[in-house]
Design a protein around this ligand. Structure first.
Ligand code: DLL
Length: 433
């Protein structure tokens, strides 16, 4: 299935044109950054001046930018224009550090951002005839305002509900006949759960498209959302330091997220050495903006792990695709020497019958040993079943995790609806070590 393309000139540009454009923009941006004390110091420390950037490969000479740089220069130290040219700030959700990094936008930046979110919405199937319910939080978080701008730009009817008050979300979906839902995947599942409690099925709704992002989610969760809400769920990715949503997005082929390469340059590096990994290998995503005015960023280390997918996408977009993000390198759990991501655990849990997509990973220490307990809700039906069946289920989960991920863990089946629910991004791991 292929939908429309919002900006065919750039989304379908051939590689040569695209790379020529990237280089031209990069050189201009490096010049602009050199005028900033923050970047000038970093570049001078590396013995570089803007004229050293002669090819796209020379990007590798430039120093990285990290979240810490945003923190150290909080709130406006990374801004490249006078504050009177900045029309808005947004910020990160602060889940990692508890502190927000502040991103600023000029009037042009806001326009570019809306355009990029218009691309992602179009790629996900949405058009001017759609009624789009935005259930991302509005506020500093970039999800709400970002998608809002893009959806308005394509002419969809936008309902800016923000997240929360799930019963009202469902009422609006029915009353207004919303055709697109925009939220975190976690919140989409929560909406589906409350619908079930209220005896409402996807057939009572009008949803066709689901635009989800902001956190890692497995293919197994996607299938559940598709089925429970009766829509086509697509993934999209971004972070406030770089822009917000709109950095990369899936088309209806749902086989990786097209990176908006006319605005961002993507690199995949080995997080330990900082070197670029061979094409197609998994590593840390590093992004450079090429058109942002207020807060241009050079080689931002996202900590997110992904890879560039080979081959062309049948949708006709030429921009390269990155694989669904597995998680942040800081989310990776190391349990008795074995590395594992919560999304991998999620994939296995959901492939087992009688489990619900609500789980929590609790880490504790017993002496020097790490102990991982996986608490997972089971279906109503099995919860009231005999002990033997519950024990079997527990055993099956433990066996699959050991067999497929090589992790030893304890499994605790818990009552339906007993674990915490989230209206934005989920927090799956409780670390009591
Ligand atoms: O989450 C921006 C966004 C909003 C993207 C809505 C898509 C939709 P931050 O709050 O700054 O910005 O968090 C950025 O969230 O570095 C990833 O670790 C994670 N993340 C965002 N989208 C995805 C995704 C927004 N599709 C951080 N898959 C990023 C996996 C994601 N992780």
């Amino acid at each position: 299935m292929n939908g429309m393309i919002w900006d065919p000139r750039w989304e379908q540009a051939d590689r040569g044109t695209l790379e020529g454009h990237q280089l031209e923009l990069l050189r201009e941006q490096v010049k602009r950054c050199f005028a900033l004390p923050y970047y000038r110091r970093k570049m001078q420390d590396a013995g570089l001046s803007p004229c050293d950037i002669k090819s796209l490969d020379d990007l590798r000479l430039l120093p990285f930018t990290t979240k810490k740089d945003f923190m150290d220069n909080y709130p406006f130290g990374m801004f490249a224009v006078p504050l009177n040219e900045v029309v808005r700030v947004q910020g990160s959700s602060g889940t990692t550090t508890g502190k927000s990094s502040i991103a600023g936008y000029t009037r042009n930046d806001i326009s570019t951002w809306s355009n990029l979110c218009a691309r992602l919405a179009t790629a996900a199937g949405v058009g001017s005839q759609d009624i789009a319910q935005v259930s991302f939080g509005y506020g500093l978080f970039t999800g709400g305002f970002g998608l809002h701008g893009g959806l308005e730009r394509i002419g969809a009817l936008v309902i800016p509900l923000s997240s929360g008050n799930t019963a009202r979300q469902i009422k609006f979906m029915m009353d207004m006949k919303s055709t697109a839902l925009i939220s975190t995947p976690t919140y989409a599942l929560r909406i589906a759960e409350i619908m079930k409690e209220q005896g409402i099925s996807s057939k009572d709704l009008f949803l066709k498209w689901g635009l989800f992002g902001g956190e890692p989610w497995s293919e197994a969760i996607r299938q559940q959302i598709d089925a429970q809400l009766g829509l086509i769920a697509t993934d999209n990715y971004g972070m406030s330091e770089v822009m917000g949503p709109g950095v990369s997005y899936e088309c209806l082929q749902r086989n990786g997220m097209h990176v908006a390469e006319d605005h961002f340059i993507i690199e995949i590096i080995n997080p330990e050495t900082g070197e670029t990994v061979p094409e197609g290998e998994v590593g840390e995503v590093v992004l450079t903006t090429t058109t942002k005015e207020a807060v241009p960023v050079i080689r931002y280390r996202t900590r997110d792990l992904s890879r560039i997918l080979p081959g062309k996408c049948p949708c006709g977009r030429s921009h390269r695709r990155m694989e669904k993000v597995r998680g942040r390198s800081d989310d990776m759990l190391i349990i008795r020497g074995v590395n594992v991501f919560p999304t991998q655990i999620e994939g296995i849990l959901l492939s087992i019958e009688h489990t619900e997509p609500h789980y929590q990973i609790v880490l504790t220490k017993r002496g020097a040993l790490d102990v991982m307990e996986i608490q997972v809700e089971v279906t109503e039906e099995i919860f009231h079943d005999e002990m033997r069946r519950l024990k079997q289920l527990e055993e099956e989960i433990r066996y699959r995790l050991k067999n497929e991920l090589n992790v030893e863990c304890q499994v605790k089946l818990v009552e339906p609806r007993s674990l915490q629910r989230f209206e934005g991004k989920a927090r799956r791991v409780v670390d009591n070590r």
